[in-house]
Ligand binder design. Structure first.
Ligand SMILES: [Ca+2]
Ligand SMILES: [Ca+2]
Length: 470
C-alpha cells in the first residue's frame, strides 16, 4: 500500500524533526490529546480482571472476568451485575491465561432459537499433576428466564497455549464465522527465549488430519460455528486449516466494520504495536518484521538457533543478543503475502535509545470501530486501548477504510491499564475495562503499578460544546 507507507514515512520524518529540535523522548509521551470533552463515571468495580466488554442486545455490558472465570452482565445504568456463568475448568496462573474472549451471536435474544454465546479460555489438558495449557472455544445457550448460560458445547479445543502472549480475542464475523486471535506464546522472548517462534509455521495436511493444531500460534483463525474448518478458508502451502492469517505476535484486538473490513491490533516487541487490515491468507510479518519492513528499531534475533553456544547457555538480553544468536534484517525477508500495518505505535528512528527512553509501545489490547455520528468527526474511527500508556487512542480511517487519515489522538488519560472497549449504540458513551494489576504510566508519564481503578468498568460520556458556542 504505497499511500499508507507514504503517510507512515511522513510520520517518521515529523518525529525525527521534532527529535532534532526538542529533547529526545519516548513517542508514547508525545501524543496529542483530542479536543472533545467527556465526563467520567465508575460503572463497576471489584471485577476479576475484566477482559472482554461488549454491548449486548439486552442493553447490558457482557464481560468476561479473566481471573474470576465468570461471564458477568453489568447494567450500565447502575452497575448492578448478574453472573450468567462461572466456568469451572479454566486454568489461570499468570497474566495471559484464564477466561479470555467472548462473542455474541447476532440472533441472541431475537427469538430465533440461536441464543448463542461463545467463549475462549485456557484449560489444563493434562489429567495428572502436570499442567499443559490448551485453549478451547465453547458455545453456550443463553436462558433469558434464568439469566444464565446453559448447554455447553465444545467447538474446538487442544489449541496450544502457554504462559505469555495468548491472544484470545473472539469475534463473530459478518460472514457467520468465528474469528479467534492466537499469540505467539512469548516464544523467542523473555523466559521463553529458547523456544522457536512459530508465527510463520503453517500446518501440514497430516497435522490437520490428526487435528494437531500445534502451529496455531501467532495466527488469526477462522472457525465455522460448529468449530470445523470452513470450506472457503485460505489454502496456505497447499493446506486448508483454521488459519486465516499468519505472522502475528500478540493480537488482542479484533473488530469488523459494517462493510466487512476487518481490523486487528497487536503488541509489538519494543516498538511497533500494529493496527492491521486483516485479509484472507495474508502474512503480517512477525517475527521477521515488526511494523513496516524498514529496518528501524528491530532486528529478528533467533535465540533458539544460537551456535555453537546453545541457547540455554545464554542469558536473555532483548537489546543486545550475543554474537552466537543469528540476526536477520527485516529487509532480508521477503514474502509475497506480506502486508504492512495501517499505522504503528510507534516506529522509531534507527538510533532510538531503548535503554534510556524505554520501549516505544502503548501495549494495545481491545479495539472497536466507532460507527455512530454522535461525536462529530469520529465516524469511521478505530478506538484502541493503550495498557502501558493509560489512554485510549483514536485512529481516523480514510473513507474507504483502507488507510488512516491523519495522526492518532489520545483520550481518557488515567492511571489505569485499559483492556477492552465497548460503545453504546447511540455512540455517546464509551466503556472500558481495566486490569486489576500491572504497570502503566501516570499523569506525569512516570511508570507506575499503582492503578487508579483496578478491575473496573469505566464510562466516558461525550459532552457536546455548549449551545451558542460559549
Ligand atoms: Ca506486522
Ligand atoms: Ca520495522
Amino acid at each position: 500500500m504505497p499511500l499508507t507507507r507514504c503517510l507512515a514515512l511522513v510520520g517518521v520524518t515529523v518525529a525525527l524533526a521534532v527529535g532534532l529540535t526538542a529533547q529526545a523522548q519516548n513517542p508514547r509521551d508525545r501524543y496529542s490529546p483530542g479536543p472533545e470533552a467527556f465526563t467520567t463515571r465508575v460503572v463497576a468495580t471489584g471485577l476479576g480482571n475484566p477482559w472482554e466488554v461488549t454491548w449486548g442486545p439486552d442493553g447490558f455490558l457482557w464481560v468476561t472476568e479473566r481471573t474470576g472465570f465468570r461471564v458477568t452482565r453489568i447494567n450500565p445504568a447502575d452497575g448492578t451485575s448478574h453472573v450468567a456463568l462461572t466456568v469451572t475448568d479454566v486454568y489461570q496462573s499468570v497474566d495471559q491465561d484464564g477466561l479470555l474472549g467472548l462473542a455474541l451471536h447476532p440472533d441472541l435474544l431475537k427469538d430465533r432459537g440461536r441464543d448463542f454465546v461463545y467463549i475462549a479460555y485456557v484449560y489444563d489438558a493434562d489429567p495428572g499433576a502436570a499442567v499443559v495449557r490448551n485453549l478451547r472455544v465453547r458455545r453456550y445457550t443463553y436462558d433469558a428466564g434464568h439469566q444464565t448460560l446453559q448447554a455447553p458445547t465444545d467447538l474446538l479445543d487442544r489449541m496450544p497455549a502457554h504462559d505469555d502472549h495468548g491472544g484470545g480475542r473472539l469475534v463473530y464475523g459478518p460472514d457467520g464465522m468465528l474469528y479467534l486471535s492466537r499469540g505467539d506464546q512469548g516464544s523467542n522472548f523473555l523466559a521463553n527465549y529458547c523456544i522457536p517462534n512459530r508465527s510463520q509455521d503453517l500446518p501440514t495436511a497430516a497435522e490437520v488430519q490428526a487435528r494437531d493444531w500445534s502451529t496455531y500460534q501467532g495466527k488469526i483463525l477462522r472457525l465455522a460455528l460448529d468449530g470445523s474448518i470452513p470450506a472457503d478458508n485460505p489454502t496456505l502451502n497447499g493446506v486448508r486449516s483454521h488459519v486465516y492469517t499468519s505472522g502475528h505476535r500478540n493480537p488482542q484486538g479484533l473488530v469488523f466494520a459494517p462493510d466487512g473490513l476487518f481490523y486487528a491490533a497487536e503488541h509489538g516487541p519494543s516498538s511497533d504495536d500494529e493496527v492491521n487490515l486483516i485479509a484472507k491468507g495474508k502474512n503480517y510479518g512477525w517475527p521477521n518484521v515488526a511494523g513496516f519492513r524498514d529496518d528501524l528499531g528491530y532486528v529478528y534475533a533467533n535465540w533458539s538457533a544460537s551456535a555453537p553456544a546453545p541457547c540455554r547457555s545464554l542469558t536473555f538480553d532483548n537489546l543486545n543478543p550475543p554474537p552466537t544468536v543469528p540476526r536477520a534484517l527485516e529487509s532480508a525477508w521477503q514474502h509475497p503475502d506480506f502486508v504492512a500495518p495501517l499505522v504503528t505505535f510507534f516506529t522509531v528512528p534507527a538510533d532510538y535509545d531503548f535503554a534510556r527512553l524505554r520501549t516505544a509501545t502503548i501495549a494495545p489490547s481491545g479495539i472497536d470501530l466507532y460507527t455512530a455520528t454522535a461525536i462529530p468527526g469520529w465516524n469511521r474511527s478505530l478506538l484502541l486501548t493503550g495498557m502501558r500508556s493509560g489512554a485510549l487512542y483514536r485512529v481516523k480511517l480514510a473513507p474507504d477504510g483502507r488507510a488512516v487519515a491523519g495522526q492518532p489522538l489520545s483520550y481518557f488519560k488515567t492511571t489505569n491499564r485499559y483492556r477492552d472497549i465497548a460503545i453504546s449504540p447511540d455512540g455517546r458513551r464509551i466503556f472500558v475495562s481495566t486490569d486489576d494489576h500491572g504497570v502503566t504510566q501516570d499523569a506525569q508519564a512516570q511508570r507506575t503499578a499503582r492503578l487508579a481503578n483496578p478491575g473496573a468498568i469505566l464510562e466516558f460520556t461525550y459532552v457536546p460544546p455548549a449551545a451558542g458556542g460559549r
